[in-house]
Every structure is written in C-alpha cells, then in structure tokens.
Design a protein around this ligand. Structure first.
Ligand code: FES
Length: 68
C-alpha cells in the first residue's frame, strides 16, 4: 500500500524505517523524503508513528483488559 504518492513510498517501508530508528516525521522525511513535497501523507505517517508509540492495537487491548 502506497502511503506517499509523491515519492512512491509504501506503508511497509515507513514501518521498516521506524523500526530502524527513524522514529519522527523529520527523520522519516530525511530518510525516505516522505512529507517533503505536497505534505499529503504527513497525517497518515503521524498516525503510524503514534500507533508505534502507544504500542498499537494489542497495547490498547491489554490496557483495556487491565482496567476491567
Ligand atoms: S504524498 Fe507524500 S509528500 Fe506528497
């Protein structure tokens, strides 16, 4: 799935770069150029970054289970 149309960058490439330590919009932009042209992908990439920081679905599920 292409997440940055301007530079033909996939969601998988973004996730791999985040795992490799490019864990901010600025770092991802330097690495993959995402967000550096029209900016249309910034919101989608920030969503991925936020999910990584919060641990995504499973962290929310565990947190929900603990609260019960
Ligand atoms: S869609 Fe990513 S910079 Fe345009």
């Amino acid at each position: 799935m292409c997440i940055c149309l301007c530079f033909d960058v996939s969601k998988a490439e973004v996730k791999k770069s985040i795992r490799d330590g490019y864990d901010s919009m600025e770092k991802l932009s330097e690495q993959l150029q995402v967000g550096s042209h029209c900016g249309g992908c910034i919101g989608r990439i920030e969503d991925i970054l936020e999910k990584k920081k919060t641990g995504g679905f499973f962290a929310n599920l565990v947190s929900c289970a603990i609260q019960r």
